[in-house]
Design a protein around this ligand. Structure first.
Ligand SMILES: C[S@@+](CC[C@H](N)C(=O)[O-])C[C@H]1O[C@@H](n2cnc3c(N)ncnc32)[C@H](O)[C@@H]1O
Length: 332
């Protein structure tokens, strides 16, 4: 089990497959991109599958979420999904993606054993999309969403970050659109994880702002606090149901006390939290001489790493320091 000193048990593994991305969202990456990880530093497909096998067979992980960077840019993605689906204790598997390329791959991913996807989309307006992501790919994301739904990668969830002066007025339109198309919308508060260190608490759109804006057009009924559990999203029933909308208030209403996550970066570092300032090197352990068959040692190192998980993100601490790696390099 991956238990920490506060008694939390991590059963949900986020695996970053690459630090590269084909968008440049202003709250995530600078226009010129970042210094990408060198290929030899990335975990190979075999190493990723091995670590996931250790996590599910020895450490109690029951859910795996592939992310990045943009995980659809990883050439071996379908093969990795297929091999994880064939594991003895098959975890639930999902993918967080910007949706570009899902039009081509959704069917193959479903056939390989992927259960569902989260697609990130912040706006319904192509011109705003271009400003926010610095790429003209709005229609590809919409096509990707439709392909995911048609392939049965459901429920298809849509992740949205609202930014002041850009898309902050779009919450009700986005919800009406999501209801119409059968997508489950989740707003995520902007977090200080941008490579440019431009985040300001003063400027951010809070969960309170988002709910107030949605309530101008919809009746929202809380789903019940007991149902949040370790899920980061607080959910509301829209206009009596059956549709739901979620808000992930990582900054204003953090869920650290119920966190059940462990993270693996594309270069094989365990992170206990998005905001952790320390990492544990599993890649070195994997590549050490004689390590090929020593799963027990890898599991031991992973357990020790999680034992050091902090009580919370530390965002409210005056001494808070943004982690060195930005979101795209950690795996969001
Ligand atoms: C880093 S991306 C990686 C996966 C994939 N490329 C995607 O677009 O979903 C994962 C999620 O993190 C969100 N994200 C990135 N930077 C963020 C920030 N500073 N605050 C909040 N969410 C952020 C994105 O909007 C996206 O929904």
């Amino acid at each position: 089990m991956l238990i920490d000193t506060y008694g939390r048990v991590a059963t949900d593994l986020r695996v970053s497959l690459t630090d590269r991305c084909n968008l440049r969202c202003t709250y995530c990456m600078p226009e010129e991109g970042l210094q990408w990880l060198a290929k030899p530093d990335l975990l190979t497909d075999d190493e990723i599958v091995r670590l996931i096998r250790i996590a599910v067979t020895r450490l109690g992980v029951t859910e795996v979420r592939f992310t990045g960077g943009e995980p659809l840019l990883r050439p071996g993605l379908v093969g990795i999904v297929e091999r994880v689906a064939a594991l003895e204790s098959r975890p639930k598997m999902s993918l967080t993606t910007n949706g570009i390329g899902l039009g081509r791959t959704a069917g193959a991913l479903k056939a390989a054993g992927l259960d569902r996807v989260n697609v990130s989309l912040d706006t319904l307006r192509p011109d705003v999309f271009k400003t926010l992501t610095r790429r003209d790919r709005h229609k590809d994301v919409i096509a990707g969403l439709e392909a995911a739904r048609d392939a049965g990668l459901t429920p298809v969830k849509v992740n949205t970050v609202l930014m002041p002066g850009l898309n902050e007025d779009e919450a009700p339109d986005l919800l009406a659109w999501a209801v119409e198309h059968g997508y489950e919308l989740r707003f995520i508060e902007q977090m200080p994880l941008d490579a440019q260190h431009g985040w300001k608490r003063d400027g951010m759109i809070t969960a309170g702002d988002i709910l107030a804006s949605l309530r101008t057009r919809f009746e929202l009924t809380p789903e019940g606090s007991q149902e949040r559990g370790s899920a980061p999203a607080e959910r509301w029933i829209v206009d009596g149901g059956p549709h739901r909308v979620g808000v992930i208030a990582s900054v204003t209403r953090p869920f650290c006390s119920a966190c059940d996550r462990t993270r693996l970066t594309a270069d094989g570092q365990v992170r206990t939290c998005l905001f952790a300032t320390e990492e544990t090197d599993l890649r070195a352990a994997l590549r050490a001489e004689g390590a090929e068959s020593d799963d027990e040692n890898i599991a031991r190192i992973w357990k020790l790493a999680m034992w050091g998980k902090k009580a919370g993100s530390g965002l409210d601490d005056p001494s808070f320091l943004q982690p060195e790696r930005p979101m795209s390099a950690i795996g969001g």
